[in-house]
Design a binder for this molecule. Structure first.
Ligand code: F6P
Length: 366
């Protein structure tokens, strides 16, 4: 019987997931004694009765490298350690089904697992590894906020979408003498906002790492208009940004098993704050949202995702478990889970990227 590697995608989707799946399958197909099984919607496919899995061969992954989303499906809820269930009184609780799942994996003859996901998924990977599972992690997030890797795939695609957003808003701002505020993703870190601001030529960029002073933002905007009201300005704001004397805009989700905060709305808050601070110019808000996560990955993300997939399978062959694949220029390496999930990748205050933004005259709200 062939050895079996289980592959799954968890957490929010991200352009490049299919390119990782394809790379794992293509590399595995070069080994005569291995086969790849996909679990539908992360570990849920294993935990459900009947089990929802699919055998992945070269034919089933042919041509998927440029498709957005994930052919396996994904979920941001529950997981083997916190499986949601309805109590007799109608409320929801959660139960640890990790032992049951590991037993099922061994019954299915699974020799190794490749878990593609963000920090939440890799925390699950580590906990499963500590319980004896032969598991490798592959990082994904458009937010680029995992510190163990120089870049995550999906990020460049999101930056491209956000930059195209700025480009489009610049022309309408200029035509109407308006201030346009574009809200982009980035809960903890402002990578997308910063890259799109530099690439798109925004006047103001507000990120979670630098709480903003609304008066400083207004000063910059006013300097862009003449006395007759001619001028325009573009602001890019990360969803996790916050005023220096306030908080970020988020809410709890009422979806069962969804633990993350739902961000969105800081751009509207900023619009109000600017008005209260005395801004005279017309303003419009655009929230880019999930457009940044869908669709075709740019070439850079396909290449990075392919490297991650090949590396992940080679780590399986070497039994190099308990690690997450990471890009450390120019190498693709394996980093122990404990290190990989220990801290976020924030935009550093003294980074050259921030210096570049300041050097271009971009106001960072400070
Ligand atoms: O972590 C990636 C991310 O895209 C965040 O920037 C965003 O806040 C979140 O996912 C949205 O997640 P969901 O699709 O679950 O609403």
């Amino acid at each position: 019987m062939k050895k079996r590697v289980l592959i799954l995608t968890g957490g929010g989707d991200c352009p490049g997931l299919n390119a990782v799946i394809r790379a794992v399958v293509k590399r595995a197909s070069q080994e005569k004694d291995w086969e790849v099984i996909g679990s539908v919607q992360s570990f849920d496919g294993i935990l459900r009765e009947p089990t929802e899995i699919m055998v992945l061969d070269e034919k089933s992954v042919s041509g998927i490298h440029f498709r957005g989303g994930t052919i396996l499906g994904t979920t941001t809820k529950g997981g083997p350690f916190a499986w949601p269930y309805k109590k007799p009184d109608g409320t929801w609780g959660s139960v640890d089904r990790s032992d049951e799942m590991l037993n099922k994996l061994s019954y299915m003859g699974i020799d190794a697992v490749i878990n593609i996901g963000g920090d939440g998924s890799q925390k699950i990977s580590q906990a499963l590894y500590e319980k004896g599972c032969n598991i490798i992690g592959v990082p994904k997030t458009i937010d680029n906020d995992l510190s163990a890797t120089d870049f995550t795939f999906g990020f460049q695609t999101a930056v491209q979408v956000a930059t195209e957003g700025v480009d489009k808003l610049v022309t309408t701002a200029a035509s109407h003498n308006r201030v346009m505020i574009l809200e982009v993703m980035g809960r903890e870190a402002g990578w997308i906002a910063l890259h799109a601001s530099i690439a798109g030529g925004a006047e103001v960029c507000l990120i979670p790492e630098i709480p903003y002073d609304v008066d400083k933002v207004l000063e910059k905007i006013n300097a862009r208009f003449d006395n007759s009201g001619k001028g325009f300005a573009n602001i890019v704001i990360a969803e996790g940004a916050m005023p220096k004397d306030g908080t970020a805009v988020h809410r709890n989700s009422n979806e069962i098993g969804y633990k993350n905060k739902v961000y969105g709305g800081i751009a509207y808050k900023l619009q109000e704050q600017l008005k209260e601070a005395g801004m005279e110019w017309d303003t419009r808000v655009t929230v880019l949202g999930h457009l940044q996560r869908g669709g075709v990955p740019v070439a850079y993300d396909r290449v990075l995702a392919s490297q991650f997939g090949v590396k992940a399978f080679e780590m399986v062959l070497k039994k190099d478990f308990g690690k997450m694949v990471a890009y450390r220029h120019p190498e693709i390496i394996g980093v122990p889970f404990s290190e990989a999930i220990s801290r976020y990748n924030f935009v550093e205050k003294d980074s050259y990227l921030l210096k570049t933004a300041r050097g271009l005259g971009i106001n960072l709200g400070d």
